[in-house]
Structure formats: C-alpha cells, structure tokens
Design a protein. Structure first.
Lengths: 314, 364
C-alpha cells in the first residue's frame, strides 16, 4: 500500500480530442435523463389547470378531474389485464417451443416470424381488429352470452358489432405477444445446459426437465417480461381507439356494447377537437398514464436487473 | 420364470424401444383425428345441418381430439409421465401456430384489401387535396412520413450513439447506471405520452394552445427512438473484442481515436442494423403524430409550419372520417396500411441482411 502511494499514478496525456469526445458522450447521456425529466415536468405543468378546472369542462357526468380519470384508468387496467391473461400462457408456450421444442435449424427463423408481429404498426392492428376480428368473433359472442350469460363477465345484451372489451383484449394480446415471447425466449435459452442435461440423464421427460430446470430458472424473467408487456398494453392507443365502441363507465361485462375506454384511446379520440381547458384535462390523463406505465416498467426493470446480478448472465 | 421368458424373447425385441409409441405415431394420430372430425362435419353437411363444409371446425376440434387421443394412447402404452410430455408438446406447438394465425390473417387481408388502391397510379403521385370520394393519393402522407422520420433519425442517432459510447467506453458509477436504467424505462413510454410531451413543450414555448406542426412530431418520435438506438448500439459496441482496443492503446492511439477508428468501424454493421430497426419501430407510430402533427389533405414540405400528414395518420383518418363513398376511403386506408407494412418489412429485412453480410467475423 505504501509503495502504491509513493509511486505517482501513470496517467495518459489528456488530449483536447479526448476531452471533447468524452464530454460530448457525457452530455448526450445526460441529455437522455434530461428528456425523461422534461417529459414529466412539461406534462405536469400543463396538467395543473385540469386539477382546478370548472366542473362543466368535463365531458360526461364527472365533476372533478379524479372522477373523470377514474373510469378511464379502470378501463386501461382492465383491458391490459385481460390481454395479459391471454398473452402470457401463449407467449410462454411459444418461447418454450422456439427454445426447446422446435428443430434447431428452424428455431431462429421461427423467432423472426414472431418478431415480425412486433413490427406491424398499431394502426394496422386497429384496421384488422375492426375489419376482420370483430365480425369474426361476433357470432361466438352471441353463443357465449346465450350459454354462459349466467356468468357475470359474459352477461348480455350482446354487442351486435363485436367491438367489445374482449375483442380489444384479444388485439392487445396479439400485440404484446412478441415482446413477452422475445424476452422469455432469451431467458429460457440462458438456462445452464448442465441442469437440463442432468435432469434428462436422470430419466426426466422433456416436460419434467422444463418444469424442474427451465421454468424455475426463468421465473423472474417471465414476470418481468409480462410486466413489460403490461406496459405496452397499457399505453396502446390506436388499436383500442379504433376497435372499441367506448363509454366512460366502470363496466366489467366483456361482451356488451357498453365498454370502458382507456386513457390513451380517450386522448386520441378527443384531442383533435379539444380546446381550452379540455386540452389540459387530456394532458393530465396522459400524465396519469405516464406515471402508471413508468411504475410498471421500473418494477419490471428492477426485477430483471436483480436477476442479472444473481445469475451472472450477460 | 421371468428370467427364462426374457432369455427367449431377447433376440426379437429391442428393450430400448419397448413400451414406446412408434416414431411417427403423433403425426398419424393427428391426421386420424382430423379425418374423424372431418367425416363428422361431412355427415353434418350431407344431412343438411350446416351449409358447406366446416373446415375451421374440422381443424379446431380435430386438434382437440388429437390432444385427448395422444394422451390416452401414450398413457396406456408409455405411462403417465410420457403422456403428460406428449400433451405438453402438443399444447406448445398449438400455442405457436395460434400466434401465427393473426400474423397471416393480417398480412393476407392487408394485401387483398390494399392492393387495388395501392396499384392505382395516383396513389403515389397525388395528395388528397380537394378529393371527395374516389381518387387522390397518399403522396402528402408519404412525404410527411419521410420528412418527420428523417428528422427524428437525424436527432436521435447522434444522441443515442454517443450515449451508447459513453455507456460502453467511459461510463462507470452512478451516472452510467442511472442512464442504463432510465433508458430501459424509457423504452416503455407509451407513444401517446411522447406526443403529449411534444405538444406540452411547444405549446408552452410558442404560447399557442392549438399548435400543430411537423417538427413537433419529429421531437415526439425522437423520445421514442433514442432508447432503442442506445440499447441496440450498446449491445453492438459490447461485442467488439477488448483485444482490439488494447492493441490500439499499445500503439499509442488516443482513446477517442481508438473509438472512432477501431471500435465504431468494427461494429458499424450492427449499429446500422439497430438504427434501421429503430426507424421501423417509429415509422408506424400514429398516436403522437395525430396529436402534434395533426392531419391535412394537402402537401406540406415545411416542417415548421402548418399541419403535416403522415402515413399512419393517413390510414387512421381515412378510416375514421369516411365520406359518402365509404369504400373509396376504406380502400385508401388499407392501401396506406399495405405501404406501411411494406416499408417496415423492407427495413427489417434490410437490417437482417446487413447484419448477416457485414457483421465482423469473431473467429468462432
């Protein structure tokens, strides 16, 4: 220790080029943080008038901002939750298929195919949802209400267009599938091969190997992948705005023509015609959406990062 | 007793394959169950209960029958553990096929509905100005998309690339950790929030409560694009072997020149790939552009003045504001969707080709 203190540290000569270059990288790195902060600050500043807005400014029968945003937040969470309920099991299945079942040579190509789903613009999903999916599922909805109408979620009267919460949830599920699949696939592939081979050598079938080695290893990854998918589903705008026939109430029924709309869809539908405090109200609902997705994403990232440190992967 | 029987049977059966289903039995069972449900629906059709042959029902119920049949068959021949394994194999494969259905359906319907209007010559040579009903085109939207996405790329690539360089080459400690974390969080910002941010920013700056212009859309897209560029470039820069950097340092090359002349060229293909994929990610964004760039039927080359149309918003407005001649508007919406999908797929394909052709051979 004393010798280290005596000897002056070797340091490369600082050239102006070095100084300029490293500073510019630091500046642009910090700029990212500044942009994120700016998003929060500007939205907050523009939202303040909404909190003290006149009761008449709100559409529907809401008298203050919280009454206005409440049903919207419910619709957002409800649709996203339903989408996740459908997407997560299928996504895990696809991820397992690509990582452990498909022939090795095909696996990567099949992965690309699923990734293509992520590349389709949301407005095209909207067109598809309303032009293809809604008419396709409407007869099933009629049957569902007829046979399972006693179940509260499927209570009638059935929507004649198929533009219901369930349809939106299906479209959202398709949209978040590739995100959840891509992440879980990566994590499944990181399972130590030794674990897998050991359980196979002990006579486990492939499914037993997966339940004993792959799934326990990937559990945190699946959770965080689902939360990232949740973040995407919460913020999805155009598909919901186009497919749903909206109302502004808290409704749990999935198949009626009265459906709770989401924050994002509500903004997209009303923003072009909004003026005055109406704009601020919509911006404020956007701020709420921002906060919700930020929290969801941060939790997901914390889980991923903790797992990274634990597994030594990456 | 049992000893003698095994001794006599041994030459005839292979003990390793005993108690197992033959190799191709899953396929045979699948075809058989489709045949069974198919003949069931055939009978229904012939008896007049259904109009036409129910092909979807055949495949759907046939697959369910397959799941049950293979489970039972395997249960009695191979035991419960193998049976479960076979059932899960069937389920996992079905999950994959189910996910492909919407993709194929979507591409197919877009092609079928979009091609007629897409192939009319006016679609890429005219705007929607003074067009009511049939005719007109999406030139104004294509120009707007190119301008806005181009500017967004020009802003976000330098910032994103420099940040990625900071994270891989310089960044240690809390700032780097914070940037990594918040870049990840930023990838999850809903696109509409980015549009609202651009609106909030510029309506305050210019004190115009109804502001709409193209550059604002570019700023909104930048917010969405930067994290993608940072993440992909960072991954690529990390792939550059440390030996290359050390060799450069050993020759006395300063750090910034090492980065510019050694690290960046080595990872260039990967970075270009990442940038192309990030462009394909934002080029289809509708919500932010709807909010800050608005929509119009006329050409507009000026990013800083007046509303500017973009392709995704074109698709949306054609759908949402259908005039008297509904079909013409729907056709144009689908044609716009087809254009978008083509652009996105070409960008993705090009990115993969670049990645494949020019990626550095790391000697593995």
């Amino acid at each position: 220790m004393t010798t280290a203190a005596e000897r002056p540290a070797l340091k490369a000569k600082e050239r102006p080029g070095d100084r300029i270059f490293s500073t510019s990288t630091i500046v642009s790195g910090s700029l990212i943080l500044a942009i994120l902060a700016a998003v929060a600050v500007f939205l907050l500043v523009q939202s303040l008038p909404a909190l003290i807005a006149d009761p008449e400014e709100f559409k529907g029968d809401a008298t203050n901002f919280w009454q206005y945003v409440g049903p919207l937040a419910f619709g957002t969470l409800w649709a996203a939750f339903l989408a996740l309920l459908m997407a997560v099991p299928i996504a895990i299945g696809i991820a397992l298929f690509i990582s452990h079942y498909a022939p090795r040579k095909l696996a990567q190509g099949l992965g690309y195919l699923i990734d293509l789903l992520a590349a389709v613009p949301s407005v095209v999903f909207g067109l598809w949802g309303i032009g293809v999916l809604a008419p396709l599922v409407q007869p099933f909805y009629t049957n569902l209400v007829e046979w399972f109408g006693w179940f509260p979620l499927f209570a009638g009267p059935v929507s004649g267009t198929g533009r219901t919460t369930l349809t939106v949830a299906i479209v959202l599920a398709v949209m978040v599938l590739p995100i959840i699949t891509a992440l879980s696939r990566e994590i499944f592939l990181q399972t130590p091969v030794l674990y897998e081979e050991a359980s196979l050598a002990l006579g486990a079938t492939r499914w037993e190997m997966i339940t004993m080695a792959v799934l326990p290893f990937g559990r945190a990854g699946i959770i965080s992948a689902s939360m990232l998918g949740l973040g995407r589903a919460l913020g999805e705008t155009m598909a919901v705005a186009m497919v749903l026939s909206p109302s502004r109430d808290v409704i749990f029924q999935l198949l009626t023509s009265q459906n709770p709309t989401t924050i994002a869809a509500n903004i997209a539908l009303n923003f072009p015609e909004a003026n005055g405090v109406g704009v601020n109200i919509l911006l404020a609902t956007g701020l709420i959406l921002f906060v919700i997705t930020l929290v969801v994403n941060m939790i997901a990232r914390v889980i991923i990062n903790r797992r990274k440190a634990f597994s030594g992967a990456n | 007793m049992s000893l003698t029987t095994t001794a006599t049977a041994a030459p005839l059966t292979n003990s390793l394959t005993a108690g197992k289903l033959p190799r191709h039995s899953p396929l045979a069972v699948l075809l058989a169950s489709w045949l069974v449900t198919g003949s069931f629906f055939l009978v229904l059709m012939l008896s007049g209960a259904t109009e036409g042959f129910n092909a979807v029902g055949t495949l759907f119920f046939g697959t369910i029958v397959y799941g049950i049949a293979i489970y039972l068959l395997s249960y009695f021949v191979e035991g419960v553990r193998k049976a479960k394994d076979r059932l899960v194999t069937a389920l996992v494969t079905v999950a994959f096929v189910v996910a492909l259905l919407p993709l194929f359906s979507l591409v197919f319907t877009t092609l079928v509905n979009g091609l007629p209007a897409f192939l009319t010559p006016s679609f890429f040579t005219q705007s929607q100005r003074n067009v009511v009903g049939e005719g007109g085109g999406a030139l104004h939207a294509v120009i707007g998309t190119l301008l806005i996405t181009g500017v967004a790329t020009l802003i976000s690539v330098p910032i994103g690339l420099l940040s990625a360089i900071y994270l891989t080459e310089y960044g240690r400690g809390r700032l780097a950790r914070a940037i990594t974390f918040f870049v990840d969080v930023m990838t999850g910002i809903p696109s509409i929030v980015a549009g609202l941010f651009a609106f909030a920013l510029f309506s305050l700056l210019f004190n115009d409560p109804g502001i709409r212009f193209g550059f604002g859309g570019a700023v909104a897209l930048t917010v969405l694009m930067i994290p993608v560029v940072v993440r992909s470039s960072e991954e690529m820069l990390k792939l550059v072997p440390n030996e290359l950097r050390e060799a450069a340092y050993a020759l006395g090359v300063p750090k910034w020149l090492t980065i510019l002349k050694v690290v960046l060229p080595t990872s260039l293909a990967g970075i270009v790939t990442g940038i192309m994929i990030s462009i394909s990610r934002v080029i289809g964004e509708t919500a932010p552009l709807l909010i800050i760039s608005g929509f119009t039927a006329s050409m507009n080359y000026d990013l800083f003045n007046e509303r500017m149309m973009t392709l995704p918003v074109f698709v949306y407005t054609q759908y949402a504001n259908q005039g008297a001649d509904t079909q013409a508007y729907l056709d144009r919406a689908w044609a716009g969707a087809l254009t978008l999908i083509l652009i996105v797929m070409l960008l993705n394909l090009g990115a993969r080709i670049i990645a494949k052709l020019f990626s550095p051979k790391l000697g593995r």
